[in-house]
Design a protein around this ligand. Sequence first.
Ligand code: LLP
Length: 405
Amino acid sequence: MSNNINFKELATKYGTPYYVYDFDHITNQYNELKNAFRARKSLISYAVKSNSNLSVIKHLGNLGSGADCVSIGEVKRALMAGIPKYQIIFSGVGKTDDELREAISLDILMINLESEAEFGRVELIAIELNKVARISIRVNPNVDPKTHPYISTGLHENKFGVDLDTAKRMYIKAKKSEFIDPVGIHCHIGSQLTELSPIKEAVNIVANLVRNLKSALDIELKFFDVGGGLGIVYKDEILIDTYEYAQTVLEAIFGLDITIICEPGRFIVGNSGTFVTKVLYEKINGKKRFIIVDGAMNDLIRPSLYNAYHKIEVLEKSENVSDCNVVGPVCESGDFFGKNIQLPLTEHNDLIAIYSAGAYGFTMSSNYNTRGRVVEIALENGNDRVIRKRETFEDLIALEKEYLQ
Ligand code: LLP
């Protein structure tokens, strides 16, 4: 993992803040999951939203990965990075007509439907294009995934997917339609999952529906998409064993001739990434110690948004440890990376590493406070290279400048 990375050298070469991703770790994670499913036909369909850098997608594509996309932009990224169209899935609760039109024209593996209303739009657009749309249906199994409420998706109170009866109705309609080909079924109950039992419950519910569709309606699906969600270690989490995870899925689909699809994001890239930032100042307000760094919530929003824990280390220092908050320069009290943590006394220009930042780090970053997004670096076989350059002020105003009156 990231332990052998020379963060200081990278800081000298590329400046701070930066994201660095260990591509060899990404390879290992991909292979671990792919191997766990080796007993059956499977497709790992990387969740592009977790880290959509073209070079990251390309690296995974070279390993054989497909792509799980949630906008036509992500679909285009996947294609540009060389993912074959027959390994691309397009999901999401609110796809626009234009997105659907493009996805059907591009002839990707399947469009994952999340409502009956969407079924209607897809059918109309397919008729208009005179093409058959391959679809899957996202089932909401009403299972509590036992994760943070913001990243929980498998309960009826969440906006995702359709209930079992609606799914069945949609498959019947699909079977009757000349323009819709129902090839798959999908469920994804949440992210950063650390318990297997909710996954087991969900995949069994979905597998029973597959059996039911086959026996009662003669609808035979080709793809069983179990979503993503496998958790990673941020602090001291006990993880789901990938082998047991795969076994659970394999047991659920026992007797069915169906290809497994799995859509991991965080599991693949989360621990590959480190966000590195530089100390600007230390200060004490009353009794509270703050380390103010050059990175901020616009670069990595997970602590601010979910109160998420990311391990933080001051590099090359271990003396004079005391309680502090690590904060950025943005004008919000919510702009922090860590609160009430023990860190050594720092000086101007010391480097701070914020770990497990490879997933939902850069992709959720913004230009808030007119801060350019940071440089992204890949590390592969001991060699570093830029995979996205640092944004400049000119980049930030490029789309506004011509309108200035
Ligand atoms: N498939 C579907 C349908 C999804 O909605 C997601 C994530 C994934 C796969 C990939 O999930 P993963 O394997 O990465 O857990 N921004 C949040 C996470 C949001 C997850 C959204 N959906 C965070 O920073 O924790």
